[in-house]
Design a protein around this ligand. Structure first.
Ligand SMILES: [Fe+2]
Ligand SMILES: [Fe+2]
Length: 118
């Protein structure tokens, strides 16, 4: 587990993380075609928006730095998708980078969503 290694305590967000982990795990175990990688990345990009919506739905302000980090990751993921499609980036190497990114992101940013500063 990577993304869901840290439970943040908001069910909708923890469920997204767990689903993304499951998709990555299937990808690594070769139980789904390589071409599925793009759908995993698209789900991840949708998750960033969803996470911001869930927090807004709780009537809370989404931290600016966290929002900027989502935007940075979306740009990075889009660039890597292009590299993967043109054959200059291996699918497994791409997925491995995504796992590392998510491990860091959940600890540095998402975990703080579960502890609102008041
Ligand atoms: Fe996040
Ligand atoms: Fe997240």
């Amino acid at each position: 587990m990577w993304y869901s290694a840290t439970q943040i305590g908001i069910t909708e967000i923890d469920m997204d993380h767990s689903n993304i982990d499951t998709m990555l795990q299937l990808f690594f175990s070769d139980r789904i075609p390589q071409s599925y990688l793009e759908q995993i990345i698209r789900s991840l990009i949708r998750h960033f928006d969803h996470e911001e919506e869930v927090i807004a739905g709780l009537g809370r302000e989404f931290p600016d730095g966290h929002k900027q980090e989502h935007a940075r990751l979306v740009q990075l993921l889009e660039e890597k998708l292009v590299a993967w499609k043109d054959g200059s980036l291996d699918g497994k190497a791409f997925a491995e980078e995504v796992r590392s990114l998510l491990l860091l992101h959940v600890v540095e940013f998402d975990a703080l969503l579960g502890e609102p500063a008041d």
